[in-house]
Structures are given as structure tokens and as C-alpha cells.
Design a protein around this ligand. Structure first.
Ligand code: PMP
Length: 355
């Protein structure tokens, strides 16, 4: 007798993690920070280890208070999860179920379609425009009476494009107020345009906006799993109902608070990641692999049928990337040494000027 399977699960692919790297290789496949954790963060976590026989504070009150002060919002509007991916799931579960639609641009963060299907709702993927950016007009046109939530990934993963703040505001204003717009700003710290951080301002001005942030990228805490949302009160309330109890460890909460205290030190690291991103982009262009101008901690090379070739030549040079077969390749920014490797790998290959 076959064991039971939930109806519809066949359509849900298991999440595909960025490739791991052999010892000594540069792992540029998961948009992580190339820097070791800050000593002050490690110290704070170490001090908390004594308490791990106890459950964590499920409400993450201290961290939420810190964030509430920082953004000048009511702590009741802040929800903390095991990575922003868990918060994305909570937001979907809070507003959408069977028969409802959840929209996002495509290609974008790979987890969106799976999370929507897991909630029993229907994913609506709206193709990016020719510049690999969100096509906001097409997204507006795709709204139906069943649309419950729209993700705007800004900067977008994997293309690194950003939506201009004014265009985003016009979009939000045009979306019916019974649809939640979630601005996923996982990569916002690497955005050097004037639109950086538009999400929180839109949250303040519009009743149907939520903002999603993570400690995994700029703050370098990917391994501890912690992210948060700032959302309208009734959404945050419903997120608490669908959250997995005790999903966020005390160690993660402690590390997040210590990271907020070390922002100046982190800012220098973020600047360095941006410098290396721009350097990598220039190297790729010179070698005949033009990338989409990026405002994130990675670059996207739409290499299409040459994707496997680029992946292989970087791999041969000890650089592990994230390839989307037939579409393109995403290369995370890294340390200067990592990008030296990219440079050497590109130099070792024959140029491809006809791209
Ligand atoms: N949003 C986007 C756009 C992402 O790319 C990612 C990670 N790849 C996440 C959310 C989730 O990150 P985390 O769960 O580590 O916070």
C-alpha cells in the first residue's frame, strides 16, 4: 500500500540549496557574507550558550524592541522568524489559501512559488522585463479578484535589479488595498541607488505594505537563521498564529541584537562587498560576459546557452556559482581574494566577444 501524499505536492520542488564548495574553493553560490562573524557577535552568542537548556523567548521581545526603536514603529508590527524565508511563508499563510493567488516577478527568489503552493494557493509568476527588472505594469495587469499578496523583491534575486522608489510608490498606490504588497529587501544594504530602503517609507505611507528584512546577508548571520518583517497590525497578528512555535533560537536573537550594535563595523564590510561586486562586474564585461548592473551582493550574467560554459570555467578556477541552466548564472560577491580567483578563471579562458 502506498503511503499517503498530500494532493498537489507533486508540483512542489524541494528547495535547491546553492552548491557547497570543496575545501579551498570560493563559495559564491549562496549570496552569503564572505566575512567571518564579528568577534563581538561571537562573544555575545558564546555567553548565551549556558542558557540553551531553556526555550527561547518566542516573542523575541528584546530584538523587536531594538528594531522598533530603530525604525520608529510599534513593536507589535514586527515579527521575527527563522530566516526571512520563514517570514515569507508566514505572510503567505496569513493571507492566502486554496483558490487564492500570490504574485511575484519571475525569475525571482526560488522559494516563492514553492511556499505559495505549500499554502495551497496559486502562484502567479509575471516575467521580468527586457532589462531583467520587475515589469510593474504587467504585474498590475495580472491582478485579479483572487490576488491576496504580491512580492516585490527589491533588489531582485537573482538579477540584482531595483525598482525606482517613485515607480514602486505608484505601483503600491495602484494595487487594491485588500492585497498585501510585500517588499522583500533581503539585499537592501547593498543598494547604492537613491531608492535604497524605500520599503519602510512605503510601509509608513500605505496601509497594505509589509517589508521583509534578513540578518543572513549584510549582517553575515546566514547560519543562525533569523529575519523579520514589519507589517500592518492585523497581518502581524495573523503571522503569529501561523508561526512555528519556538522557531527562532535565543542564540540567533542574541546575535541579531549584537549585530545591530555593531552596525558601523558592518558598514565597512558591506562597502567592501559592494566594491568587489562592481569589480567583478567590470571583469566579466571585459572578458565578454556582460552582467546586469547589480545593486545586490551578487551579479547575474544572462549567458543563456553559454551558461554551462561559464559555470564550468569558473568551477575550473575554484569558484562555485549558482547556475540556472539555459538562463544565466548568479555569482555572489566575495572577498578580494575570491574575486581575484574569478579574475584568474576568466583570464585562463578564451574570450567570448560574440556574446
Ligand atoms: N528573500 C530573498 C530575496 C532571498 O534571496 C533570500 C535568500 N536567498 C531570502 C529572502 C531568505 O533568506 P533568509 O531566510 O536566510 O533570511
Amino acid at each position: 500500500m502506498p503511503l499517503p501524499t498530500r494532493a498537489g505536492l507533486d508540483a512542489v520542488p524541494a528547495y535547491r540549496q546553492g552548491r557547497s564548495a570543496p575545501a579551498g574553493a570560493s563559495k559564491l553560490s549562496s549570496n552569503e557574507s564572505p566575512h567571518a562573524p564579528l568577534p563581538s557577535v561571537v562573544e555575545a552568542v558564546r555567553e548565551r550558550l549556558d542558557g540553551i537548556n531553556r526555550y527561547p523567548d518566542m516573542s523575541a521581545a528584546a530584538l523587536r524592541d531594538d528594531l522598533a526603536v530603530r525604525y520608529a514603529v510599534d513593536p507589535a508590527l514586527i515579527t521575527v522568524g527563522a530566516g526571512s524565508v520563514e517570514i515569507a511563508a508566514q505572510l503567505i499563510h496569513a493571507v492566502a489559501g486554496e483558490g487564492d493567488e500570490v504574485m511575484f516577478a519571475w525569475r525571482s527568489f526560488e522559494a516563492y512559488p514553492s511556499l505559495v503552493r505549500i499554502a495551497g494557493a496559486t502562484p502567479v509568476a509575471v516575467p521580468l522585463n527586457a532589462d531583467h527588472a520587475h515589469d510593474l505594469d504587467a504585474m498590475l495587469a495580472a491582478i485579479t479578484s483572487r490576488t491576496r499578496l504580491i512580492f516585490v523583491c527589491n533588489p531582485n534575486n537573482p538579477t540584482g535589479t531595483v525598482v525606482d522608489a517613485d515607480a514602486l510608490e505608484a505601483f503600491v498606490a495602484a494595487v487594491p488595498h485588500d492585497v498585501l504588497v510585500v517588499i522583500d529587501e533581503a539585499y537592501v544594504h547593498f543598494d547604492r541607488t537613491e531608492s535604497r530602503g524605500a520599503g519602510i517609507e512605503l510601509f509608513r505611507r500605505h496601509p497594505h505594505v509589509a517589508v521583509l528584512h534578513t540578518f543572513s546577508k549584510a549582517y553575515g548571520l546566514a547560519g543562525l537563521r533569523i529575519g523579520y518583517a514589519i507589517a500592518p497590525a492585523e497581518i502581524a497578528e495573523n503571522q503569529r498564529k501561523v508561526a512555528i512555535p519556538f522557531g527562532v533560537t535565543d542564540l540567533a536573537q542574541t546575535a541579531a541584537r549584537a549585530s545591530l550594535d555593531a552596525e558601523e563595523e558592518l558598514a565597512g564590510r558591506i562597502d567592501e562587498v559592494v566594491v568587489q561586486r562592481d569589480r567583478m562586474q567590470a571583469l566579466l564585461a571585459t572578458a565578454g560576459w556582460p552582467a546586469v548592473p547589480s545593486q545586490a551582493n551578487f551579479v547575474w550574467v544572462p549567458a543563456r546557452e553559454r551558461t554551462a560554459l561559464l559555470e564550468a570555467l569558473l568551477h575550473d578556477g575554484g569558484v562555485i556559482t549558482r547556475a540556472f541552466p539555459g538562463e544565466g548564472i548568479r555569482i555572489s560577491s566575495g572577498s578580494a581574494a575570491d574575486i581575484d580567483r574569478v579574475e584568474a578563471a576568466l583570464a585562463a579562458s578564451s574570450p567570448t566577444p560574440d556574446l
